[in-house]
Structures are given as structure tokens and as C-alpha cells.
Design a protein around this ligand. Structure first.
Ligand SMILES: N[C@@H](CCC(=O)N[C@@H](CS)C(=O)NCC(=O)O)C(=O)O
Length: 205
């Protein structure tokens, strides 16, 4: 398998997941800051010009964080990375979607890349503030779901890998302080060898 990633992009969550699973995989750096997502070589792999991309051993290309995470969990059932009962599974998907589609895409993207959303010159601060509010509300909504549990679904799961990259962005790319329980989750995740290895491999340790 190959993971196309960019350092400290959301692909970090999938990178961690692959290291948790422990099967061999190849990392292909696609540096977004260098525009590598727009090269003909990368667009041939993913015309959506985004990471993460997982190229499977059968050559199949998978995109979109929740889909990749679901695939990796279901193809490695021995790792227990997703609940198997309907209620647990649907709650995991609900949380994953909220993290990626709302907190990341609607919140962090505005906060970190306001120019993508600004329609009038000079309104970037306004866009940034809207993004910040979405992120803050998102973390406020997630904190009670985590509560005193060590992980967001109780046991460690793919959902923690999505939560981790959001918390890690808050800590390393913004001045946002996440709620106490989420901060403890971030610190707990940082003690996991797979997380440490992924951060080191991406030059983030
Ligand atoms: N909804 C996508 C989000 C993927 C995404 O937006 N990735 C960002 C990096 S965090 C990206 O590749 N952006 C391309 C760019 O910045 O040009 C997913 O779930 O995978």
C-alpha cells in the first residue's frame, strides 16, 4: 500500500492509522506547500488534488479520510479499530464526518487558508473569525462526547486518529486552547508509539 501525504496535513491521521496497524506501507510525500497536488503525476492518481490518498495493493485508489479509515478498519478486523455493532458503527461514522466535514473543512480551512473563502479584498479576518468560531464550537461539541473516556469511542479507534489531527493543528498551527478533556486526549495520543513514529517520519516531532 502507498499513502500520499503532506506533512501535518489531515493525512497525518491516516499515517498514524497505518502505523497502528503495522502492515508494510510506502509513504509518498506530496508537499502541498510546493504545489505537488497540482502536478500531472499526482492528478493522475487523484484528480481532486487532495491528500490523503491510499493506493491499495490491488492498485485501487481510495480518497476521503472517512472512507480510507473505514476501509483500513474493516480490512484489519483483528485491530478492533471500529465498533462492529450498528449503533457503535454509526456513531463512529457520525463523529468522523463531523470532524472532517465540519471542524476541518468548514472551520480550520477558513482559519488557516482564509483566501480560499474571501470574496472581497480585505475580508480575510472576517473569514478567519468564522472559521475560528466553527472550530471552537466543534471542540465544545466533542468534549462531552469524550468525557472521562480515554478515547472518543471508549476504546482506541480510527475516530481518534481524526480527532488527533484536529487537536494537533489547534496546538501547533493556531493559538486555540482545546477543552481540558481533549487536551488530555491529545497528550494520551502523543504517548502512542505509532503517533510518535508518524510525527518523526513527517518531521514534526
Ligand atoms: N474531505 C477530504 C479532505 C482532504 C483535504 O482537504 N485535504 C487537504 C489537506 S488537509 C488538501 O489536500 N488540500 C489541498 C490543497 O490545499 O490544495 C478528506 O476527507 O480526505
Amino acid at each position: 500500500m502507498k499513502l500520499f501525504y503532506s506533512p501535518n496535513a489531515c493525512s497525518l491521521g491516516i499515517h498514524i492509522l497505518l502505523r497502528e496497524i503495522g502492515q508494510p506501507f510506502e509513504l509518498v510525500k506530496t508537499d502541498l506547500h510546493q504545489g505537488a497536488q497540482h502536478t500531472p503525476e499526482f492528478l493522475a492518481v487523484n484528480p481532486k488534488a487532495k491528500v490523503p490518498v491510499l493506493q491499495r495493493d490491488d492498485g485501487g485508489i481510495l480518497t476521503e479520510f472517512p472512507a480510507i479509515a473505514f476501509y483500513l478498519a474493516r480490512t484489519n478486523p483483528q485491530m478492533h479499530l471500529l465498533p462492529t455493532d450498528l449503533e457503535g458503527e454509526v456513531r463512529a461514522l457520525e463523529r468522523l464526518d463531523y470532524m472532517v466535514a465540519t471542524i476541518h473543512m468548514r472551520g480550520f480551512t477558513r482559519l488557516l487558508r482564509p483566501s480560499l473563502f474571501s470574496t472581497t479584498p480585505g475580508d480575510e479576518d472576517k473569514v478567519r473569525q468564522v472559521g475560528r468560531d466553527i472550530v471552537l464550537q466543534g471542540f465544545a461539541n466533542l468534549a462531552p462526547l469524550l468525557g472521562d473516556n480515554p478515547y472518543i469511542m471508549g476504546d482506541f479507534s480510527v475516530v481518534d486518529c481524526a480527532l488527533f489531527y484536529l487537536e494537533f493543528w489547534a496546538r501547533t498551527r493556531t493559538d486555540i486552547t482545546v477543552p481540558e478533556h481533549l487536551d488530555a486526549h491529545l497528550n494520551r495520543m502523543l504517548t502512542r508509539p505509532a503517533v510518535q513514529q508518524a510525527l518523526a517520519a513527517e518531521g514534526l516531532a
